[in-house]
Ligand binder design. Structure first.
Ligand SMILES: C[S@@+](CC[C@H](N)C(=O)[O-])C[C@H]1O[C@@H](n2cnc3c(N)ncnc32)[C@H](O)[C@@H]1O
Length: 300
């Protein structure tokens, strides 16, 4: 590791840190100067980390004589933010967020519209990936969701690349044009599709998250009727494995269902092909009873 890389890896004041207590528990906390983090397994003084320890360090909780539990101090991954953030609404899980990124082409520089922001779990993932020069414009109708999402975005240090705004995506007229992607996680995406398509650039992508198949059908037909092609729906099942010397197998418990992801890509409105004449119909031959026969040779 170069000296510069080593320095970047040192924990700074107000950094979010991911504390892992052996195999038992995990916390996402902010390293605030002069403060102490208390757990049932002893406490940790942030001043002993800030400007001193690199991410990945192993430390022991205090008092060392009575507690002395082993903790690892890690740099949080996007999935850690999602699973440990404060939430009030159903959130998008990491497996689905990963798929959204790949199937929409979201990356550094992307401009995105999101509705609704809910607790801001997906908003934080999107913000993290559009950095440094992209932007996420996220809307919600509920004040509680807006406040919660804003807190989570600030906590993740993403306020430069994310704007959280009050707004009903079904009614509000946004000034935005030529955006790269629209992500809808709200009760009726199919109603929003005719309105939001004008915000997207040609070849831009849309993703609708739906917990039920009834919603998937409505979204699919709405996309197909509104100049979207490559309309596909994916359900991604995640199953973790328990790995033990003589008992390696799927874990007993799993999250059985999160939702379905319907994707589409915007194209120009439908045009007739001027280079191809209408295909001539096959000649029909009428038999003596007046019934049409299917072909000249009466073949089927
Ligand atoms: C399931 S939550 C979204 C969760 C979010 N994706 C996350 O990962 O935290 C759905 C949100 O859509 C919002 N919503 C419902 N109708 C809306 C509309 N017409 N425009 C904008 N947001 C809307 C709700 O208030 C709610 O907060």
């Amino acid at each position: 590791m170069t000296v510069q890389k080593e320095n970047e890896n040192i924990i700074q004041e107000n950094d979010l840190i991911y504390l892992i207590l052996e195999d038992r528990k995990r916390w996402l906390v902010q390293a605030r100067a002069g403060e102490t983090f208390h757990t049932h397994h002893g406490f940790i003084e942030f001043d002993e980390l800030i400007n001193k320890k690199p991410f990945g360090s192993c430390i022991f909780s205090k008092p060392l004589e009575t507690q002395g539990y082993k903790f690892y101090v890690m740099k949080p991954l996007p999935s850690d933010y999602i699973l440990h953030m404060k939430r009030k609404t159903q959130i998008i899980y990491p497996k689905d967020a990963g798929l959204i990124l790949l199937y929409t082409g979201i990356g550094p520089g992307s401009i995105i519209i999101e509705a609704g922001c809910g607790s801001g779990a997906l908003t934080c993932i999107l913000g993290n990936y559009v950095r440094p020069n992209g932007h996420v414009y996220s809307y919600d109708v509920r004040e509680k969701s807006l406040n919660r999402a804003l807190k989570n975005v600030k906590r993740a240090g993403l306020q430069e690349v994310v704007t959280i705004q009050e707004g009903d995506i079904l009614k509000k007229d946004l000034e935005l044009r030529d955006v790269d992607c629209v992500v809808l996680d709200m009760p009726t995406p199919w109603d929003a599709i005719p309105k939001i398509k004008k915000y997207l650039r040609l070849s831009g992508s849309i993703c609708c998250f739906s917990p039920t198949m009834e919603q998937v059908k409505k979204n699919t037909f709405s996309l197909k009727n509104n100049d979207f092609i490559e309309v596909i729906t994916i359900e991604l099942l995640e199953r973790r494995l328990q790995v033990k010397e003589n008992a390696t197998r799927p874990e007993t418990r799993m999250i059985g269902h999160t939702g379905y992801l319907t994707f589409g890509r915007k194209v120009e409105p439908f045009k007739e092909n001027p280079y191809r004449e209408k295909k001539p119909k096959k000649k029909e031959i009428i038999d003596m009873t007046g019934m049409p026969l299917r072909g000249e040779n009466n073949d089927h």
